[in-house]
Write a protein that binds this ligand. Structure first.
Ligand SMILES: [Fe+2]
Length: 273
């Protein structure tokens, strides 16, 4: 079996697996669909970013496999616990690794490096890149994390545009929508750091956390996507707090994206070391 055939079989397995979670409850089904579409678009983003990296056909297929599998734990998580919050249920990445192992899907396809894929799936949701020495594992992890962010930005900004219609608390972490930005959130972002989940006190904090993901982006193409699709502007426009602080956080993130686009173009380096 070659990598293309392996990818085809893996994709078919994904849809069969997800079929088990079809629900008559529209709220559950909405969230199952949300994660299915998220997975499809993460794979699209992987193909988009991957196409700029001179990867072999085999490596592109491996990268896409990590996309199809990265959130496989989400389906059991939501069905069993009714939440996507790991701290209120369990780590969905570790749950996904368990699902993949139990299914033996990768064991049946020796065309893919199962150990690498399990490592990448298991670490995709860490707050930052884990200490990993293997360059290949790091490459695939960076690619997946960028693609995952691209689509989470898509999901949240689409939601913010439509949230006047219907609120989805699973996408707001059940936080109160108060017109406040918490100090540790603001201070961290102004230093170019990622926001810690434990510091989130309001929906506005969470929106700014999403803006701060630019500080964890690895590839030039990802920065270009952020700019092309106006994700930072969409998040800024969705804030329910029009303070100076919000404007500072936005401007800093925006100029960081601009700088990374320029730097990468000048040096030709697309991977952030
Ligand atoms: Fe995930």
């Amino acid at each position: 079996m070659d990598a293309k055939e392996g990818l085809k079989r893996l994709t078919a397995w994904f849809y069969e697996y997800v079929d088990q979670f079809v629900s008559r409850d529209p709220c559950i089904q909405q969230n199952i669909d949300l994660k299915t579409r998220h997975t499809q678009r993460v794979c699209e983003a992987i193909r988009d970013i991957g196409a700029t990296l001179n990867l072999s056909q085999e490596d592109l297929c491996t990268a896409e496999v990590t996309g199809w599998l990265h959130d496989i734990g989400r389906f059991e998580q939501y069905t069993r616990y009714g939440t996507f919050m790991d701290h209120r249920s369990e780590d969905h990445a570790a749950l996904g690794v368990r699902v993949i192992r139990e299914s033996r899907i990768l064991k049946r396809m020796d065309v893919f490096d199962a150990k690498l894929i399990l490592k990448v799936v298991g670490a995709h949701n860490r707050a930052g890149l884990p200490a990993e020495k293997d360059a290949r594992t790091l490459l695939f992890l960076r690619l997946l994390r960028d693609a995952d962010k691209v689509d989470i930005w898509h999901v949240v900004t689409s939601y913010y545009r439509d949230s006047g219609k219907k609120r989805n608390h699973a996408l707001e972490l059940d936080l109160p929508d108060l017109p406040r930005i918490s100090d540790p959130v603001y201070d961290g972002l102004m230093k170019g750091r990622l926001v810690n989940m434990v510091d989130l006190k309001t929906v506005n904090d969470f929106k700014l956390l999403q803006m701060g993901w630019v500080y964890d982006v690895n590839f030039l193409r990802t920065f270009q996507i952020v700019r092309e699709r106006g994700y930072l502007e969409a998040i800024r426009d969705a804030l329910s707090v029009g303070s100076e602080r919000a404007a500072h956080v936005y401007r800093r993130a925006r100029s960081y994206v601009e700088r990374r686009c320029q730097e990468s173009r000048v040096s030709g380096v697309s991977i952030r070391i």
